[in-house]
Design a protein around this ligand. Structure first.
Ligand SMILES: [Zn+2]
Length: 515
């Protein structure tokens, strides 16, 4: 009741808005509108013409000529979600998957690709492919530091020479000029991990000159190498020395040894922000992380040069015991073989089984089973190694936005945003307006995306309408490919992509390029 009075009040205040003029293409009325910025919802109507929002106010539809009216009675209207971290790169280029449905049905209207230091190269080529074929959501490119390093140096574990640094800087500049919004690193992964902090700073300086951002998968999210705290400090140092905003991807405390350390990480970030280093983060709302089995448990030194080199070393009786011991330790750091679930494998029989189960059926030790599995091809694992305390603690920070990290096999690809709503907004961890703000306008501000992320006159019309009762995820670890439910409408660049809960088969996304 109280809320209704509030809504009426806000509506009354807004009724003096500028009147709408001219015919509109779409008019959304009767919805509960969260504009992405204000903490209070408004009962306002929204007018769209072409690809832009041209009206926000209280006029009745009868006063305004409109081609199409959407009655959003009882539904929530919000800016389209912006997903800061995805692995949709390849799918967006594939004719059968370029609709980007797993993301679209979460209410996402813009995805970032090129995360974790790995990007399609060159961006100019792939943006042309996306453009020619059409894409279901907007897309933003980042240039991957690992990709650039591999092009210049291969997959080797050594310091870059000054000439190599220059070559890498040239390639970063080329990709920024092609429209990238920034550079990503995956300092946990080979070959990105072989770069020193100084090398990364040298490249970040080029990005900074182009007003881009620095997005990072930290060198260590647990205690695998330098430790989580030192890895966050490294990111802050890169921000300070390269004079660039830092965005930490999928912030978490990975592994029992670092559980409940979120408080100290939050402190480091807050202090950096006070000193004027802009540090933000994104997060997915799940207790399991997911990555390649090899990346998760095989020691980095052993895979220098790539997978073939790994297996050459593994067959060397002098090196094999060291590789197995390092692998054993990493399995323990992730909570043991029972906590590692194969969610995706080139050898399908492995899917849905834990490393513990597979090693038993192979009659091998878990560390040995890893190499049997890898011999059959790439395998991805979900690793149940994040504590709920840290998830909620990070989520409540105003500098932490939503990012799915969506990749095949983990339910987050189909469910991250709706799950955050269903579990953490409805569960009381965060407010609805904060969830929306940190999935839309705050994200646009971090990534420096102009004219998107808020329902405001003049902005692009990326708007979603969802049912507050039913909006939620359906994907889980057993069935990770279930589209989310409860999204009634998605409008992207002023065109309808989801209508009454169904896909319109229209590829309304655009490639957003940094000007
Ligand atoms: Zn990552």
């Amino acid at each position: 009741m109280k809320r209704n009075i509030l809504l009426v009040l806000v509506a009354a205040m807004l009724s003096r808005c500028t009147p709408a003029t001219g015919e509109m293409d779409i008019f959304i009325k009767n919805g509960i509108v969260y504009d992405g910025i204000d903490s209070l919802p408004k009962l306002v109507s929204i007018g769209i013409k072409g690809d832009r929002i041209v009206y926000v106010g209280n006029q009745e539809k009868e006063d305004i000529p409109t081609r199409r009216t959407i009655d959003a009675q009882g539904l929530i209207v919000a800016p389209g979600f912006i997903d800061t971290h995805t692995h949709a790169d390849v799918e967006l280029g594939s004719p059968s998957e370029s609709d980007n449905k797993p993301f679209l049905f979460q209410g996402i209207t813009t995805v970032v690709v090129g995360n974790d230091g790995s990007s399609l190269f060159p961006i100019s080529k792939y943006s042309k492919i996306y453009e020619d074929q059409g894409i279901g959501t907007n897309v933003i490119f980042l240039v991957g530091q690992g990709t650039i390093r591999e092009r210049v140096m291969g997959k080797v574990d050594r310091k870059a020479t000054p000439d190599e640094v220059l070559s890498m800087q040239d390639l970063v500049k080329q990709e920024m000029d092609a429209g990238a919004f920034g550079m990503s690193t995956g300092l946990f992964y080979a070959p990105g991990s072989y770069a020193t902090t100084q090398e990364v700073i040298s490249l970040a300086k080029v990005v900074s000159k182009n007003h881009g951002i620095y997005d990072t998968h930290l060198r260590d999210e647990g205690c695998y190498s330098i430790g989580l705290v030192a890895a966050v400090e490294e990111a802050v140092e890169i921000g300070e020395k390269a004079n660039i905003p830092i965005h930490i991807s999928h912030i978490k405390c990975l592994g029992r040894e670092v559980w409940k350390r979120s408080d100290s990480i939050i402190k480091i970030v807050e202090e950096a922000n006070k000193r004027g280093v802009e540090v933000t983060a994104n997060q997915y709302p799940y207790e399991a992380s997911a990555t390649g089995l090899q990346a998760a448990v095989v020691p980095r030194w052993a895979e220098s040069g790539g997978k073939d080199s790994l297996f050459i070393r593994y067959s060397d009786p002098n090196l094999k015991p060291r590789i197995l011991e390092g692998t054993r330790q990493n399995i323990e750091l992730r909570g043991g073989p029972e906590k590692l679930l194969i969610v995706n494998s080139e050898y399908e029989a492995y899917e849905g089984k834990t490393l513990g189960e597979l090693s038993e059926s192979m009659e091998l030790n878990p560390n040995e089973a890893v190499f049997e599995i890898l011999k059959k091809g790439y395998a991805r694992v979900a690793s149940f190694s994040i504590d709920p305390y840290d998830i909620e603690n990070f989520m409540q920070q105003e500098w932490v936005v939503t990012g799915s990290d969506g990749n095949t096999g983990h339910p987050r690809k189909y469910g991250a945003f709706p799950r955050k709503y269903k579990k953490y907004v409805k569960g009381g961890t965060i407010k609805l307006s904060d969830f929306i703000n940190r999935s839309t306008s705050k994200t646009a501000q971090i990534l420096r995306i102009p004219d998107r992320g808020a329902i405001q006159v003049g902005n692009y019309a990326d708007i979603i309408i969802f049912n507050p009762e039913t909006f939620g995820d359906r994907a889980d670890y057993q069935n990770p490919f279930q589209l989310s439910e409860g999204l009634e409408y998605s409008i992207i660049n002023g065109k309808i992509s989801v209508e009454n809960g169904g896909y319109t088969e229209k590829l309304n996304g655009r490639i957003l390029k940094k000007e």
